[in-house]
Design a protein around this ligand. Structure first.
Ligand code: THU
Length: 130
């Protein structure tokens, strides 16, 4: 199953009573396994979690920590783009050249790199003086 198909499938399980905007994310880890997540909202709105965060949590829970490819899908007019917080979460586990495919449920896709999603990312190098 392709990453987009995995993201499309998990998107169906999104819990979105507040936004009604379902998102699915799937990533391939260095071990070859695919981990998927959907957004899970909460009546206390800030407690909701994004699809990307769910996929990353599933990967880490399984013992993997390196993303080699990632896909996100939603019923959006243009390929859905991860929020700022998720870009930082992705950059924690994916190198700058890792491909991120953004997709609409209608089949439009756009592939970008993690570097393009999060230029000038904050990383451990910036704490090297402490
Ligand atoms: N959302 C995601 O899960 N991932 C994204 O890339 C964009 C936004 C979710 C958060 C919230 O549940 C809903 O979409 C509307 O913002």
């Amino acid at each position: 199953m392709s990453l987009i198909d995995a993201a499309r499938a998990v998107r169906e399980n999104a819990y979105v009573p507040y936004s009604n905007f379902k998102v699915g994310a799937a990533l391939r880890a260095a071990d070859g396994a695919v981990y998927a997540g959907c957004n899970v909202e909460n009546v206390a709105y800030p407690e909701g979690t994004c699809a990307e965060a769910g996929a990353i949590a599933a990967m880490v829970a399984a013992g993997a920590t390196e993303i080699v490819e990632l896909a996100v899908i939603a019923d959006s007019p243009t390929p859905v783009t991860p929020c700022g917080g998720c870009r930082q979460k992705i950059a924690e586990f994916a190198g700058p050249d890792v491909a991120v495919t953004l997709a609409t449920t209608d089949g439009v896709t756009k592939t970008v790199t993690v570097r393009e999603l999060l230029p000038f990312a904050f990383d451990t190098e910036q704490m090297s003086k402490v």
